[in-house]
Design a protein around this ligand. Structure first.
Ligand SMILES: [Zn+2]
Length: 398
């Protein structure tokens, strides 16, 4: 996803806001349908059925018909994806969308001529029912744009993000595998021992954000001052999100370039078992809330990282059942909950092997993926030293 600042004229902005309104309306209708659904009533309407209903609604309502059918249909598609994420336990249930909060819409079936460059710093994108809208050409627009999303942030700024499936990165051909574990203390631990962290806000920026949040709490509801403070907060948060996205792109390219096989935990499974991993002592209330928030942000970044890896290293990403990976010694394969001394320390109670707990887990992910690859070629299922005893649960590859 590469994002550009969209610069609509006031007249264009009115149509863009209408598109946002239609997308929000259709999305909220879908939310309502699913809220009213009760077990035993048959299934709530799926995407195809909702599209049929949308056609009917457009026939009956001139104002809806006046809008773009692509915008409205894509809102249904987004909703279907949100429900799939919800059932996959990676996201919360899709909620109502409110005016002015995270507004946007998506356009698909973009043709080659729909994005063009006007001058060094100015580009144009063709938006249905709006026409050509200028954007700041802040970096090269990747070739082969298939869809884009237009959003309006809380600060009232418009952006366009072009979705391109990145080109696969050639595998190094070394046969080397890497395990990538999603850590609690660090963002990602590699089986090579590298600990990676998603860059967040710098200390100065964090302090500024705190000051702004305090100011917001004191600002009168509906005042101009409140609006300004909210906009400033949105800008700081947007910077943080940009850094996270940047990190995901760099990290996924780097991993795809360095390793033939990349083993990651299967998110669908780990979501259910994650809590059993424990975090040591029970934290205080505020701490826990903050940790929960961070986890949510990290989870979002993690999902994006895995998605990007699958684009850049197609067929080379193995999703592994993470069960017991944090309790199993990567050196001798002995499994014991007590080996995990703390959130970050692993010390095997059988052989004394010591490692960062997430690196140890990443090693187990790597070995399971490597074992799986070897097994597929008819070799030893673990592909490791003969003194290792296969752990059945570690071999469950999904
Ligand atoms: Zn051991």
């Amino acid at each position: 996803m590469s994002r550009y600042r969209l610069q609509p004229s006031p007249a264009q902005e009115r149509v863009l806001l209408e598109h946002c309104g239609h997308a929000r309306y259709v999305w909220n209708l879908a939310v309502e349908q699913h809220l009213h659904w009760k077990p035993g009533r048959g299934s709530a309407p799926g995407f195809a059925e909702q599209c049929r209903q949308l056609t009917e609604a457009r026939a009956e309502n001139a104002w809806l018909r006046a809008g773009s059918v692509v915008v409205q249909q894509q809102a249904l598609k987004d909703f279907a994806q949100a429900m799939a994420n919800f059932f996959g336990k990676t996201h919360q249930r899709p909620a109502w969308r409110r005016r002015g909060r995270g507004e946007g819409f998506r356009i698909v079936a973009v043709k080659a001529g729909d994005v063009r460059r006007l001058s060094r710093n100015v580009g144009e994108v063709r938006i249905p029912k709006v026409g050509w809208v200028r954007f700041r050409w802040s970096r090269a627009v990747p070739a082969g744009v298939k869809s884009y999303r237009v959003t309006r942030d809380a600060a009232g700024r418009w952006h366009v993000a072009f979705a391109v499936i990145p080109e696969p990165v050639p595998a190094p051909g070394t046969g080397e595998a890497v395990g990538v574990d999603r850590g609690v203390a660090v963002s990602a631990a590699l089986s090579t021992g590298e600990l990676l962290n998603v860059p967040g806000l710098r200390a100065g920026e964090k302090a500024r954000l705190l000051r702004l949040l305090r100011r917001l709490a004191r600002a009168e509801l509906g005042s101009n001052r409140r609006g300004r403070v909210k906009a400033a907060i949105a800008r700081v948060r947007a910077r943080e999100a940009d850094r996270r996205k940047d990190w995901v792109e760099k990290t996924s390219t780097d991993l795809a370039r360095r390793f033939d096989v990349i083993a990651v935990e299967d998110l669908k499974i780990s979501h259910m078992t994650r809590s059993a991993r424990g975090t040591g002592e029970a934290p205080g209330r505020g701490v826990r809330q903050k940790a929960g928030l961070n986890r949510g942000i990290l989870a979002a970044g993690w999902g994006r990282l895995v998605q990007r890896l699958e684009h850049k290293a197609p067929g080379r990403v193995h999703k592994i059942n993470p069960r017991y990976t944090s309790q199993t010694c990567n050196a001798c394969r002995h499994r014991a909950a007590e080996s995990r001394e703390s959130q970050s320390r692993f010390r095997c109670v059988a052989c004394g092997h010591q490692a960062h707990a997430d690196v140890n887990a990443a090693g187990n992910l790597r070995d399971t993926a490597a074992g799986h690859a070897v097994a597929a070629r008819g070799g030893s299922p673990l592909g490791g030293p003969a003194n290792r005893e296969p752990q059945r649960d570690l071999l469950l590859v999904r």
